[in-house]
Design a protein around this ligand. Sequence first.
Ligand SMILES: NC(=O)C1=CN([C@@H]2O[C@H](COP(=O)(O)OP(=O)(O)OC[C@H]3O[C@@H](n4cnc5c(N)ncnc54)[C@H](OP(=O)(O)O)[C@@H]3O)[C@@H](O)[C@H]2O)C=CC1
Ligand SMILES: O=C1OC[C@@H](O)[C@H](O)[C@H]1O
Length: 339
Amino acid sequence: METVLRWGLLSAGLISHDFATALRSLPRSEHQIAAVAARDLGRAQDFARRHEIPKSYGSYEELMKDPDVDVVYVAPQHPQHLGAVLQCLAAGKPVLCEKPLGVTTAEVREMVAAARARGLFLMEAIWTRFFPAAEELRALLSQGILGEVRLVRVDFGIELEQFLDRSTDWAQAGGGLLDLGIYCIQYISMVAGGRRPEKIHAVGLLHAKGVDDTVTTVLQYPGGLQASFSCSITTKLSNSFTVFGSKGEAEIPPFMHCPTELVVNGKSTQFPLPKVADTEKFNFSNSIGMVYEAQHVRQCLLQGLKESPVMPLAESELLADILEEARRQIGLRFLQDRA
Ligand SMILES: NC(=O)C1=CN([C@@H]2O[C@H](COP(=O)(O)OP(=O)(O)OC[C@H]3O[C@@H](n4cnc5c(N)ncnc54)[C@H](OP(=O)(O)O)[C@@H]3O)[C@@H](O)[C@H]2O)C=CC1
Ligand SMILES: O=C1OC[C@@H](O)[C@H](O)[C@H]1O
């Protein structure tokens, strides 16, 4: 593969706009956007004009056949990830798919198996892990700076119901767990070294529209590590993440899902975002930070990797398992859940 990575974007939606804006801030010798596809050609064309993308398609399938696309960024809403990812893999394209990779564990395992069967790269876009603050925390944990890690607390609550229709759309697998809770679980799993919890207990309030409104879950890992998280689409929470160990504590303040600060035993270190022109507007907080995951994907592909060592496929499966068990315990089922 040439050193320039040519992206194809599936969807002309909100996060796809942010990702395109972030990609355009990177050196063109390393990242270019070759094409965008949307269900509606007109919207794809408008998006392409906005982002100076040479090609636009009115169907995802057309983009997947484009030989000028090296990797596909899958960014429709949750329920559309499965079909798009499987089609991309069948077309021989490596994939970066937005979180959550799938709505159910069965969906995630189907995508993982397809990627492995075809020997193609697949990564769930848990962009948080690629921020310098998160990388620094991983390094400190591996050095044992906090001693034996004993307890993790994290929460993610935003009043999404007030401005994001999909957050309360049951048919689109809305709610807090899949959209926001996944960020909490990925931090807990990162601290736990990707190990499987031995106990999961979830309590939850369901929203009038049938999705999860606010959920609190506790987990226990072999060896005694305990973790708790809360997520909400109706209540603003602290949106911070804290790890307590036998020798100290580390905290990532809000917004922990796109971190620019790490506090270790009271000492703060800032990790400023890359500079971007004031004229560039984003739909979500700190989206310029999507450059980190894009650069990671390029490095993985240049090295011929089939999955990310930082966000491995087995861990995407584990995140899906934890999400599904929490949903089961609070009585939340989606269309995609098998009988
Ligand atoms: N990493 C991050 O920080 C963020 C990640 N995300 C993730 O990205 C994904 C998209 O979120 P967001 O951009 O806010 O979503 P949008 O509401 O912008 O929808 C994205 C696209 O999904 C497709 N779509 C929407 N509704 C339907 C439907 N009913 N049936 C079929 N397709 C539909 C459309 O694709 P088309 O354009 O082709 O018509 C739409 O443009 C989610 O999975 C979310 O978890 C979202 C926000 C932040
Ligand atoms: O990934 C996300 O991060 C920020 C939230 O506002 C958004 O709904 C979610 O999809």
